[in-house]
Design a protein around this ligand. Structure first.
Ligand code: ASP
Length: 400
């Protein structure tokens, strides 16, 4: 049994959090492969180490004073080391980092040092070997991630290792410089490690007990989601649910590795389990998995008598949208009419040119624009098999 455990920034923000993490790892021998983030916020007013590193690098690159921020960053790590009574000194690492900052090693290099240093601390604390992500995660010269090369190298490197600490978020380019995923990218590293190891489970430890059925800022006390499929998760994230980094699902989904979101501060809670399929028979009550929403969509509706019998007209309409780089989110249709729903931001400057072209090309009976649309999506794999669900949803919308 092999488990990959990724710990987010808030799970590693202080020595106290590191102790919880060690207890979690010690509790299960299968938890051998650890992917740490950089130290996050210790409380609401705190700043993430990654943000401090960006600030520090920018000050240094602009020739402004950066020492104070660098000291602040070093103190964050020293506090953790001292709080854990580790025999470890990062002076040499910080001298190197300062030198590289002065030599303009780049923003990505700067940001990556949070995960790198936290990985070193974690490796000392657990007694697991350290694998620098720069040696096993690869990007091309333009900073585009290289999945196959990464998988081959990770697989080869980890094959003989029973335990390892691999820092999240970064990797290297062909010239040896550092590149990172976008923010929150340690989730992706965890998924890549799980895939390369053919792990049985990828546990993603954070500060909430999994996903919630709705956004708690809008709905009071929403129920937790116990099980969700990769596909449902993709739909909910598209429509605005803030969950994992968007690159996380693909590598584990491809190998059929389940992903479990867990809470470092409440380790006995089972969290949310994400996998391809569930045996749902036992769970008749929960037929909606989650509800999410997003604002600022627009709809263009084209109506033309006889449209339904005109071969290829939808394709030609969609080609016009494609030419304007508009990505269609939904396309509800009726007889002789088609509505195209898309994020308003995609047509900021081109809206009237796009509509003019549709008018000219298709000479429809009407073409209407509806703006300021919000989309609310109720997602649930079991909804399709249950009578009356849409009736209930529309009745609720009507009542409100
Ligand atoms: N430390 C990085 C960030 O703050 C990456 C991560 O935590 O996943 O975005």
């Amino acid at each position: 049994m092999k488990k990959v455990v990724k710990f987010g920034g808030s799970s590693l923000a202080s020595a106290r959090q590191f102790k919880k993490v060690k207890a979690i790892i010690d509790a299960d021998k299968a938890r051998g492969y650890v992917v740490p983030s950089a130290p996050g916020k210790r409380d609401g007013k705190d700043t993430k180490v990654t943000d401090l590193l960006y600030q520090c690098y920018e000050a240094c690159a602009a020739g402004q004073s950066y020492k104070r921020i660098l000291d602040q960053i070093k103190k964050r790590f020293d506090d953790i080391i001292n709080g854990l009574d580790l025999d470890l000194n990062l002076d040499f690492e910080f001298d190197t980092i300062e030198e590289n900052f002065k030599n303009k090693a780049g923003r990505a290099y700067a940001a990556s040092r949070g995960e790198y240093l936290n990985g070193i601390i974690m490796s000392h604390y657990l007694g697991f070997p350290f694998v620098d992500a720069a040696d096993v995660v690869f990007f091309d010269e333009n900073g585009v991630f290289l999945p196959e090369k990464t998988n081959d190298e990770l697989e080869a490197r980890l094959a003989s290792m029973k335990q390892a600490v691999i820092p999240g978020f970064y990797g290297s380019k062909p010239d040896g410089s550092i590149a990172t995923f976008s923010r929150g990218g340690s989730d992706v590293t965890g998924s890549l490690v799980a895939r390369a190891l053919h792990a049985d489970l990828y546990e993603n430890w954070t500060d909430v007990s999994g996903f919630l059925v709705a956004d708690p800022r809008i709905v009071e006390d929403p129920a937790p989601i116990e099980t969700i499929t990769y596909r449902e998760l993709r739909e909910l994230s598209y429509i605005g649910a803030q969950v994992l980094h968007e690159g996380t699902i693909f590598p584990v989904r491809e190998k059929g590795i389940p992903l479990n979101i867990r809470n470092t501060n409440d380790p006995s809670h089972p969290g949310t389990m994400i996998q391809a399929k569930f045996d749902d028979a036992a769970d008749e009550a929960h037929f909606i998995t989650g509800i999410a929403g997003k604002k600022n969509f627009s709809i263009i509706t084209i109506a033309k008598n006889g449209m339904s019998s005109e071969l290829g007209i939808w394709r030609r309409i969609l080609e016009v949208f494609e030419a304007y780089n508009v990505n269609i989110a939904y396309a509800p249709s009726g007889i002789d009419c088609l509505s195209l729903v898309f994020p308003a931001s995609q047509v900021n400057d081109n809206l009237y040119a796009l509509m003019g072209e549709l008018q000219k090309k298709f000479n429809p009976d009407s073409i209407t624009l509806t703006e300021n649309i919000s989309i609310v999506a109720a997602v649930g794999r079991k909804m399709a098999y249950r009578l009356g669900v849409s009736g209930q949803i529309f009745a609720t919308l009507g009542q409100n």
